[in-house]
Write a protein that binds this ligand. Structure first.
Ligand SMILES: C[S@@+](CC[C@H](N)C(=O)[O-])C[C@H]1O[C@@H](n2cnc3c(N)ncnc32)[C@H](O)[C@@H]1O
Length: 225
């Protein structure tokens, strides 16, 4: 799905973000102790909205809720080895991975937006944060880490087919042979088309339907055949 926002349509959300940011700043000035936002920056939803306005196609849409973060990380075995996260954005899934017991040193976070990548480096100093396209990762960039699982917050439905192919090929090339790739979607079926899965020798199964997310989402586990 291609999302083309005309200038007139993008102006409104930008104004909304500016208004909300001013309100937060006013509140912080009045209650600097109770709201520690001055030091930590804007809350996730506001930050996500700002990044969405800046680049709607790349950010995709909504910051995922805790139920989706739990569902997409539910089968990750913290003892299995490094975990590769694609498009971590504001770090919602990253925090769920840590809550599952994955060591911060075992996290490889690939985020294209330099501003978000910088925030991830500060929030998770022991993780390896790569600021590049997910489709361009190589074993060298991962500095010897071989992920046993991949968690993706990428809005794959917004991407052209050749980019989706590069992302999957690169993720499976740097991972262990039996690595599982977890992807969520708001769509009615797996966001990786059948012909592409066939070409790359992959299969997919739905592992969760998350109604308590805005909007409701599904999680797919993609593996080599
Ligand atoms: C919808 S956000 C997901 C954030 C978070 N995981 C969540 O679900 O709330 C998608 C993120 O993917 C990043 N992104 C988009 N295209 C990318 C690419 N090709 N490689 C790496 N990151 C990308 C965006 O900058 C954005 O932060």
């Amino acid at each position: 799905m291609k999302l083309k926002l005309k200038p007139a349509l993008t102006r409104r959300p930008r104004e909304m973000v500016n208004k909300m940011a001013s309100a937060v700043r006013r509140k912080v000035r009045r209650h600097p102790r109770s709201l520690k936002l001055k030091r930590k920056g804007p809350p996730e939803a506001l930050l996500g909205l700002g990044r969405f306005v800046a680049n709607p196609r790349r950010f995709g849409g909504f910051v995922s809720g805790p139920a989706l973060a739990t569902a997409i990380t539910a089968a990750i075995d913290p003892a299995a080895g490094p975990v590769l996260e694609l498009g971590p954005g504001t770090g919602v899934f990253t925090r769920a991975l840590l809550a599952r017991g994955v060591a911060e040193t075992d996290l490889v976070l690939v985020e294209l937006d330099p501003m978000l990548a910088g925030r991830l480096r500060s929030a998770f100093p022991q993780a390896l944060v790569l600021c590049c396209k997910a489709g361009s990762i190589t074993p060298d960039l991962l500095e010897g880490r071989r992920p046993a699982a991949v968690v993706s917050g990428l809005p794959l439905l917004n991407f052209p087919a050749d980019e989706v192919e590069r992302i999957l090929a690169a993720a499976f090339a740097v991972s262990t042979p039996d690595a599982e790739f977890y992807q969520f979607t708001y769509g009615p079926r797996c966001p990786v088309r059948d012909h592409l899965k066939a070409r790359l020798g992959l299969i997919a199964r739905r592992t969760a339907r998350v109604w308590r997310n805005v909007p409701p989402a599904s999680v797919y586990c993609i593996t080599r055949r």
